[in-house]
Design a protein around this ligand. Structure first.
Ligand code: B1M
Length: 212
């Protein structure tokens, strides 16, 4: 099975859409759990993409192909990851902040929250503070989740919280933030309620925040 996980990583790295669907299905049919496929196959592949991109060994078009490959595999995993524990935990509004187009991690968090029984309203990517505020007013969620993958877009999280404060709705909703450059220290700085390092932690943190 470890060879299979290696092949999954290579397929993400190579952006091979056809391979990834076949390999993901084979791994699941062979007894791997969706979480194992993700943690041991797909995510290590994406980590390597990030490393190669950083040192100039991969470029945007290739990274995009890898992202599409990862998304295709996640579609196959979604019914398994999002197999609901029964629902009724309340609504979560989630999105990637303004100026930021990264959505793979946010989508993963959304899937896992759904699986844990939350109703998820996903606002997508490049979400302006005003759009988060409108969604909080409209859906009255227990929790607002914001994702940022760029150091340059992290400040939009603080601006969104400021917009909630200005509108007098901050006390009605807990705010969880995450994404690779986000840290626990940043939470205090922007007056959020909590930080989660990964999708699994996001579920734990979300449950704790809503008093579950
Ligand atoms: Co971009 N990119 N990218 N990119 N990209 C990074 C983030 C980067 C670290 C790469 C690098 O240099 N090594 C770097 C950011 C540097 C920085 O600011 N610190 C970077 C850059 C610079 C850029 C551009 C500026 C490049 C350019 O144009 N010159 C550009 C910006 C575009 C924009 O957003 N405006 C850009 C573009 C892109 C693509 C479009 C090509 C593509 C995104 C496609 C897509 O998402 N559909 C892309 C990708 C794929 C990456 C890397 C390689 C992979 C990101 C990813 O999907 N990881 C990334 C390198 C890296 O992170 N290693 C990189 C897998 C995902 C499962 O992990 O998103 O971290 P992650 O999510 C985790 C946790 O962070 C956490 O849980 C998730 C699951 O465990 N989490 C939360 C995330 N959100 C959460 C929310 C929560 C809780 C937890 O609560 C609400």
């Amino acid at each position: 099975m470890s060879e299979m996980y290696g092949q999954l990583s290579v397929a993400v790295l190579g952006g091979s859409l056809k391979e990834i669907k076949k390999l993901t299905q084979m791994a699941l049919d062979g007894g791997a759990s969706a979480q194992q496929v993700l943690d041991l196959g797909l995510l290590p592949g994406m980590d390597e993409v990030g490393k190669r991109f950083k040192v100039g060994e991969m470029f945007i078009p290739e990274v995009l192909l890898s992202a599409r490959t990862m998304t295709a595999a996640m579609e196959l995993l979604k019914p398994l990851l999002a197999k609901s524990e029964g629902g009724g935990r309340g609504t979560v509004v989630i999105g990637t902040v303004q100026g930021d187009l990264h959505n793979i991690g946010k989508n993963l968090v959304a899937m896992m929250l759904e699986g844990a029984g939350f109703t998820v309203v996903d606002l997508g990517i490049d979400v302006k503070p005003q759009a988060f505020l409108n969604a909080v007013k409209q859906h009255k969620p227990k929790l607002l989740g914001m994702s940022a993958l760029l150091t340059t877009t992290m400040p939009r999280m603080g601006e969104t919280i400021h917009a909630l404060e200005e509108a007098g709705v901050r006390a009605q909703v807990k705010v969880m933030v995450g994404g690779a450059p986000v840290t626990a220290d940043f939470v205090a700085k922007i007056r959020a309620d909590a930080y989660a390092a990964n999708a699994g932690a996001a579920v734990e943190v979300a449950r704790a925040l809503v008093g579950d």
